[in-house]
Design a binder for this molecule. Structure first.
Ligand SMILES: Cc1ncc(COP(=O)(O)O)c(C=O)c1O
Length: 403
């Protein structure tokens, strides 16, 4: 029976009436949140085990980040890059130092940062490597997710993301993820970059075989190709290190960052690279009205400072070990497989039991929010401020859903 005293059904109907249906959200209407918890319009509380696809690594409304946003709102919000503002240098310096790179270029969304990386790689290819005009190629991986622009979906292998959005941008070669020999074969003298997620999030938290990322690094160095790591979802503490590449001591030529960089408050993205790479851009060749705006910089500087303490990476590593241990106990008992690192897990539900969507709906009824991806796979990515007992609670609810 539908309880017509609840506000949720009407709110969902109204949202569906007025929006394009490019998402299929779970039937939960959130009105407030704090830390790892959200509350819906009917007062029900849920443990957030998605964390805005890792944009909320520091939890909802982290006090330090909210204070920085409030203070900045009261002083200055936007200048455009036609002028310099007083939050800009600190942000760029501190992010560059966190990345161990010379320079950063701030943008807003993840897709814009990926576009920036593609443009910089091509420019570097023509101006530094000497690739003939218009010939640059970039090698990418099967199963990738780098965003939604027309250029980026041109090299997606997901029909939902790609079909009927052509004509497509040329200049990309797709190889199987994790296959070093295939990558070596695809790279030639026109190749300017290898663009990879060090862990494929949307694909279901797919971790490449050990040795793959160092192998990519070696190959790129030997063949004079830029290694561009899209750490938009895997970076900034999610996997138990600052960057997922750190697990194998790999330094890419360019980091592509987003999501958690904005502290769950504002969209902030960036690329970070050394001067021999990012230095190829000259005034007027690339930009964004909102990229590096004062509000974004004020919040993101505090994000970088939170990460510089190492506390969130430690929490992610320790709590991640607990989460993965508990999830592994369910393999063969409702789960088929568990993958991931730190507080990031891709779990495959036994398809004989239910779909990932059904599992997420049942989890939501039990007060835990997670999101399915590709059939029977669910992604768990709670905020890094989650407590051990809260994680145990989430796994108990998952076990109850499966049994
Ligand atoms: C690895 C990766 N790259 C790029 C993007 C695109 O980011 P945005 O949605 O902010 O454009 C995402 C978003 O899920 C992502 O996971």
């Amino acid at each position: 029976m539908v309880d017509d005293t609840l506000r949720t059904p009407a709110a969902i109907r109204e949202a569906e009436r007025w929006t394009a249906h490019n998402y299929h959200p779970l039937p939960v209407v959130i009105s407030s949140a704090e830390g790892a918890w959200v509350t819906d319009v009917d007062g029900r509380r849920y443990l957030d085990c998605l964390a805005g696809y890792s944009a909320l690594n520091f939890g909802h409304r982290h006090p330090t980040l909210i204070a920085a946003a409030h203070a900045q709102l009261d002083r200055l919000t936007l200048t455009s890059r036609a002028f310099v503002h007083d939050q800009f240098a600190d942000f760029c310096r501190e992010l560059a130092q966190l990345c161990g790179k010379d320079l950063v270029l701030p943008m807003n969304t993840g897709a814009e940062a990926v576009e920036t990386a593609i443009k910089v790689s091509r420019k570097w290819g023509y101006r530094v490597k000497g690739v003939p005009a218009g010939q640059a190629t970039i090698v990418v991986a099967d199963g990738n997710f780098h965003g939604r622009t027309t250029t980026i979906v041109s090299f997606s292998t997901d029909p939902d993301a790609r079909d009927d959005f052509g004509p497509y941008t040329p200049g990309f070669r797709i190889v199987p993820y994790g296959d070093l020999a295939a990558l070596a074969e695809a790279v030639d003298e026109t190749t300017v970059a290898v663009l990879l997620e060090p862990i494929q999030g949307e694909q279901g938290v797919v971790v490449p075989p050990r040795g793959y990322l160092p192998g990519v690094r070696r190959l790129c160095t030997e063949r004079n190709v830029l290694f561009v790591a899209d750490e938009i979802q895997s970076g900034l503490g999610r996997t138990g290190e600052t960057f997922a590449c750190d697990h194998e001591a790999v330094k890419p030529d360019m980091y592509v960052l987003g999501k958690a960089l904005g502290g769950g408050i504002v969209p902030v993205s960036a690329v970070a690279a050394d001067a021999d790479v990012l230095g190829v851009l000259r005034p007027g060749e690339h930009g964004s009205t909102f990229g590096g705006n004062p509000l974004a910089c004020a919040v993101a500087t505090e994000v970088v400072r939170l990460l510089a303490t190492g506390e969130f990476q430690r929490r992610s590593a320790e709590l991640g070990a607990r989460l993965h241990g508990a999830l592994r106990d369910l393999v063969g008992d409702g789960l088929v497989a568990v993958r991931g690192r730190g507080l990031w897990a891709g779990i495959d539900i036994d398809p004989a039991l239910m779909t990932g969507r059904q599992a997420c709906e049942r989890l939501a009824e039990r007060g835990v929010l997670a999101k399915d991806t590709h059939g029977s796979t669910i992604r768990l990515a709670p905020p890094l401020v989650v407590r051990a007992d809260e994680l145990d609670h989430a796994v108990e609810q998952l076990s109850a859903v499966l049994h």
